[in-house]
Design a protein around this ligand. Sequence first.
Ligand code: UDP
Ligand code: MG
Length: 338
Amino acid sequence: MAVPAANFRMQVIAINEGLKKIERKDTILLQDNRNKIMSVVLPAYNEEAMLLKTAETLKKILQKEKIEYELVFVDDGSKDSTWKRIEEAAGADCQVRGVHFSRNFGKEAAIFAGLASASGDCVAVMDCDLQHPPAALVEMYRLWEEGYEVVEGVKKSRGKESALHRASAGMFYKLMSKATSIDMSRASDFKLLDRRAVEVLLEMPERNAFFRAMSSWIGFQSTTVEFDVQEREAGESKWSTKSLIQYAITNIVGYSAAPMQVVTGAGVVVFLLGIVLGIQTLIRYFSGHAVEGFTTVILLLLLLGSIIMISLGIIGYYISRIYEEVKGRPRYIISKRI
Ligand code: UDP
Ligand code: MG
């Protein structure tokens, strides 16, 4: 009696295996036949003037190019009627989605929230003010179709800026390029990433993310698309000099321990100076004309005091950043979705 039962079991297993094979083939066919969707993530902070125009322009261009799309607007806690505009855009087009933050968390947080909400096979990130030309977006999509997994927009020209802004941006990017060993001088947040690259970025746990550098750091097969920064048609730039300096410091510290090595460097310099001065003082003492007066002491105290304070400040800043990371608070808080 045992033999037929075993036979029967073997047959059942064979049938199951066959069914699984058919099922696998079907899913592969389904995946291949399905049209690829591009998600476009648009961080928006006080962009009521530009929002509908941006949605409309993107829709027109992508439809013309027969690219299936999804627009993900992330309202970074705007104080104007940006969210209302997003609701209007979503009402007019089912391809538009919106995420609303409980307060302003910054552009980086908005980008990451957009990446997490996007469902496309590839995800592009662009500014909500049309300063990143939509034509370049189409070019990026075509490159992605050719098999590139990370397509980075690089600035051919920086658009209109003051000389001071240009000079400080230049210095910031020089430091950042050193810190990350990636050429950042023309980098922008205008990028298109394959789903795989997006998953990798979303798995990176750091609170203080710097999208521009992280998307290059992850590697993958990448290429670049050059674009000219357009002029802002309406609304205004959200960056004040203070916020740009803050942004530069945050990102340099987030990416590099070089400032701490500066502390060591300063220590070495002071030590060498100490040896020279020490020898000179001793020689003068033994030759009968000892250094006099408080002037030398005061100068030395001031010099040492300031170097020690600056060094403590640098180390303290790193400790505060470790503290921020250890707290493990969320990068952003979403209060509404549409
Ligand atoms: N942005 C944001 N949160 C902020 C500041 C800016 O989401 O706290 C968005 C803004 O709405 C825009 C993009 O980031 O879509 C770039 O900002 P902006 O145009 O002000 O910068 P600029 O082009 O002057 O560098
Ligand atoms: Mg802009």
